[in-house]
Design a protein around this ligand. Structure first.
Ligand code: FMN
Ligand code: ATP
Length: 309
């Protein structure tokens, strides 16, 4: 897949079939659009493209309302590449872009690329103050001579799948439902950093993830996870919380990996969230915590491994 970061040096001359939107999470609704651009590109001997932004538009429009995101750009690139998309265009969303009128946004796009088809969803809006709607896009498709394809809403149990809803579910700890909408397991990835090394004293060493700044963290609590370390998958029990038993202050994401005892400080791992086990509790001693951790471990042992590499 070709990645276009901002200014591209060489002109892409092929016919382009492009999907437009933010695409945070690359959920099942988004995949409808991706399927469509790939099919169109194949059928018409053109290239499929996802045109999106490096930063979430709300980071510029209204910083306080900008959400923690589901998928960083690196991962988005990976997912789209694996799906077979030809080109990913990641534009910096800045004041200038924000102030483009809906017409100008589309006009710029068709001038930059040889756009033959645009694919959007039922609720797509675009341009300054989100003023552009599907009616306007239909008019522009005639003016600029491209085909317009509008995908119907993808729903699960009558609920429209959206990035916003998935973020809400993850924040509520409803990880299974979020995963269903995503079409894959929610994953946090990062470097393993040192903790206070108390866990090992009760037989539960933990791999602590380096604090994540932009990425959405599931609701405080304990989860059944699968952990990818050096290309292998292990079961895990992961605590997201501030460890009240040991008077912790910051939120940490720490995982006891089952049947594993290697030193993995500084390694990059992936923690796939599969199910919520329980709320976080303040125990009166480490011994009591240990009894609970044995139960959490039993829960994990009874689950199947879901992630297959
Ligand atoms: C699966 C799991 C569940 C946990 N549950 C709790 C909990 O309910 N309450 C709590 O205070 N700490 C909980 N902890 C955090 C422990 O207090 C913490 O792992 C321990 O203090 C070790 O910290 P360290 O990694 O800094 O050594 C949990 C840890 C794990 C791995
Ligand atoms: N459930 C869905 N079914 C079909 N198309 C969708 C669905 N969700 C989003 N789309 C389309 O995918 C593109 C990207 O949308 P966008 O990034 O705004 O996703 P979203 O899930 O609606 O996000 P948000 O919750 O932030 O509004 C848009 O063209 C949008 O209309």
């Amino acid at each position: 897949m070709i990645l276009i970061d901002d200014k591209l040096n060489e002109k892409i001359s092929e016919n382009i079939y492009v999907a437009l939107g933010s695409f945070d999470g690359m959920h099942k609704g988004h995949l409808l659009l991706i399927d469509k651009i790939i099919n169109l590109a194949n059928k018409n001997n053109g290239k499929s493209m996802v045109y999106t932004f490096k930063n979430h538009p709300l980071t510029i429009i209204n910083k306080d309302k900008a959400p923690k995101i589901l998928l960083d750009n690196k991962r988005k690139e990976e997912v789209l590449g694996n799906l077979g998309v030809d080109i990913l265009c990641l534009k910096e969303f800045d004041e200038k872009l924000m102030k483009l009128s809906p017409e100008a946004f589309i006009e710029n796009l068709v001038h930059e690329f040889n756009i033959k088809g645009i694919v959007v969803g039922f609720n797509y809006r675009f341009g300054y103050k989100n003023k552009g709607d599907l009616e306007l896009l239909k008019t522009l498709s005639k003016k600029f001579d491209f085909e317009l394809y509008i995908k119907e809403a993808y729903t699960i149990e009558n609920e429209i799948v959206s990035s916003t809803r998935i973020r809400e579910l993850i924040s509520l700890g409803e990880i299974k439902k979020a995963n269903e909408m995503l079409g894959r397991e929610y994953v946090l990835r990062g470097e393993v950093v040192g903790g206070r090394r108390l866990g090992r004293t009760i037989g539960f060493p933990t791999a602590n993830l380096k604090p994540l700044t932009n990425i959405l963290i599931p609701k405080i609590g304990v989860y059944y996870t699968n952990v990818e370390v050096e290309g292998k998958i292990y079961k895990g029990i992961t605590s997201v919380g501030n460890n009240p038993t040991v008077n912790g202050k910051n939120i940490t994401i720490e995982t006891n990996i089952l049947d594993f005892n290697k030193d993995i400080y500084n390694n990059n791992i992936k923690v796939y969230f599969l199910d919520r086990i329980r709320d976080e509790k303040k125990f009166s001693s480490l011994d009591e915590l240990k009894i609970q951790l044995e139960k959490d471990k039993k829960f994990a042992k009874n689950q199947s491994e879901k992630i297959i590499l």
